[in-house]
Design a protein around this ligand. Structure first.
Ligand code: C2G
Length: 128
């Protein structure tokens, strides 16, 4: 199994997608998007650095290996490098990786409702 994400301000929605991805197979590799990629795609740096995010994700029982995702366009290469049979993503990415179906199975899992890093940042800002 392989999955990708920023996993900034790690929350239960992140945990659930990782645990569900792991339950679909016997080994889970996670690509954690790098700080540079986030700055380029989202115009801001994550709250937690790439090193911290990698450390948190690597510590999860469900995760066997982590690496830095340098570019969103390299999914095919990563799938092949890690010999993944299945690419798993939350359904906010529904349809986005269907072109990889020639090299792996692509599964979109329902997102955990009502929780997001952005909402958490807003909630924390509002209480300080
Ligand atoms: N997720 C979820 N439920 C939430 C929030 C997130 O299931 N309430 C899932 C997302 O669908 C994704 C994973 O958690 O599969 C990581 O989410 P993000 O950290 O927001 O990752 P994102 O920035 O979308 O990924 O190649 C993808 C990139 O790495 C960016």
């Amino acid at each position: 199994m392989i999955t990708f994400g920023t996993f900034d301000v790690f929350h239960v929605g992140h945990l659930r997608v990782i645990e569900r991805a792991a339950s679909l197979g016997d080994r889970l590799v996670v690509g954690v998007s790098g700080d540079e990629l986030n700055l380029r795609k989202k115009g801001r740096e994550p709250v937690f650095s790439q090193g911290e995010r990698l450390e948190i994700v690597a510590a999860l029982r469900a995760v066997d290996e982590v690496f830095v995702e340098e570019s969103l366009e390299l999914k095919r290469e990563y799938v092949q490098r890690y010999a993944a049979d299945v690419l798993v993503m939350g359904d906010d990415w529904e349809g986005r990786f269907d072109e990889l179906r020639d090299v792996c199975e692509v599964v979109y899992l329902p997102r955990t409702p009502a929780i997001s890093t952005t909402a958490l940042i807003e909630k924390i800002s509002a209480t300080t």
